[in-house]
Ligand binder design. Structure first.
Ligand code: SAM
Ligand code: SF4
Length: 331
């Protein structure tokens, strides 16, 4: 098997697939409240097209797939897709990033398909602040989902984007959740992908400040050994069952071990969060490409993978002031 290797000698064995750009929440850092031009059904990668890409990649050593969006559970027949994905030889880990509003009803079935890795996004454990951030009154549903998931035998991570003046009072209570629960709470630096343009000169609540804030309350945290290719710096408060992590998504300290590519709902392959998209796999497939041609195009895209997110951002041709929404990138 020929592995997928970029010009910086990093092996790509992980793809994140955003199956839809639609969402029932409106997290302000991700997308505007109104005026969103959602992708038409015909423009979406079909499940058959997605499965074909996954199949071809699985033969080149891609063994992990993350399903994300938009909100993945809003896409019709998503369980058909997940089941089919779980049947592909070589794909041995399926992970899902979800907002938890429609997840619970699928949990048993997901576990039957071997899905155990969940990132549940919850930016605040305070109902009013949750509403302020997501612009929707769905805190109770998401909290119930968290409670149920935390009782199951799952690899559960809670994702919270850290946002100045919005959810700083949540940081300490969220770390406190790890005292009696075997969950990992992960704090994500805010990135400039809110769908309406954002030019961040610097980010006040960066990973250093987040850690200082937590240690200011709990005392020195124990640094854990980060998993290979981990994007988070992981810690534990002594005596706590669970752990916490900080994802320097804006500071981009993790690019050296990047092992992933992304596929957007419209079929654009991104080899970095910060690039503007390398090529459209959907168009290639609809033009009748063979599996060999598909693989060649993906290999060529991976060959051009930028060294890091700063280089990718600098190379964005269209608009240095990023107007993309995370809902099409998938996080
Ligand atoms: N709807 C699902 C959810 O919210 O988990 C999956 C898609 S969402 C785009 C994936 C992840 O990206 C979420 O954890 C979300 O908090 C994160 N995200 C979205 N916009 C972001 C931004 N501007 N900066 C940092 N993280 C962001
Ligand atoms: Fe929806 Fe997730 Fe974006 Fe929030 S972060 S608006 S839940 S896609």
């Amino acid at each position: 098997m020929n592995k997928l290797i970029d010009k910086h000698n990093r092996v790509v064995d992980y793809i994140r697939i955003a199956v839809t750009d639609k969402c029932n929440l409106r997290c302000f850092y991700c997308m505007p409240n109104e005026g969103i031009d959602f992708v038409k059904q015909k423009q979406l990668m079909s499940y058959e097209e997605l499965l074909r890409v996954a199949n071809v990649l699985s033969k080149q050593g891609v063994s992990k797939v993350r399903i994300t969006g938009g909100e993945p559970f809003l896409r019709k027949d998503i369980m058909y897709f997940i089941k089919s994905l779980s049947e592909i030889k070589g794909i041995n880990k399926i992970a899902i990033t979800t907002n938890g509003t429609h997840t619970l009803k699928y949990l048993d079935e997901l576990m039957q398909y071997g899905v155990r890795n969940f990132n549940l996004s919850i930016d605040s454990i305070d109902k009013a602040r949750f509403f302020d951030i997501t612009r929707r009154d769905m805190f109770d549903t998401v909290w119930d989902c968290f409670e149920e998931m935390s009782k199951r035998d799952l690899d559960l991570k809670l994702n919270a984007v850290v946002i100045k003046d919005r959810n700083i009072p949540d940081l300490i209570p969220m770390v406190a959740l790890t005292k009696d629960r075997n969950v990992s709470v992960r704090f994500i630096e805010e990135m400039p992908f809110n769908g309406k343009g954002a030019n961040y000169q610097n980010l006040e609540w960066n990973y250093k400040k987040i850690l200082q804030h937590i240690e200011g309350h709990f005392g020195t945290a124990t640094k854990l050994q980060d998993e290979k290719n981990s994007t988070s710096l992981n810690y534990k408060i002594p005596g706590h069952q669970g752990s916490f992590g900080i994802i320097p998504a804006y500071s981009r300290t993790f690019c050296g071990t990047c092992n992933r590519i992304r596929l957007t709902p419209m079929g654009i392959i991104k080899t970095c969060l910060y690039d503007e998209g390398i090529f459209n796999v959907r168009d290639l497939l609809r033009a009748g490409a063979t599996d060999e041609q598909l693989l060649e195009a993906i290999q060529s895209a991976i060959g051009q993978k930028h060294k890091n997110g700063f280089e990718a951002e600098a190379q964005r041709k269209k608009n240095p002031n990023i107007i993309e929404s995370m809902t099409t990138i998938g996080g």
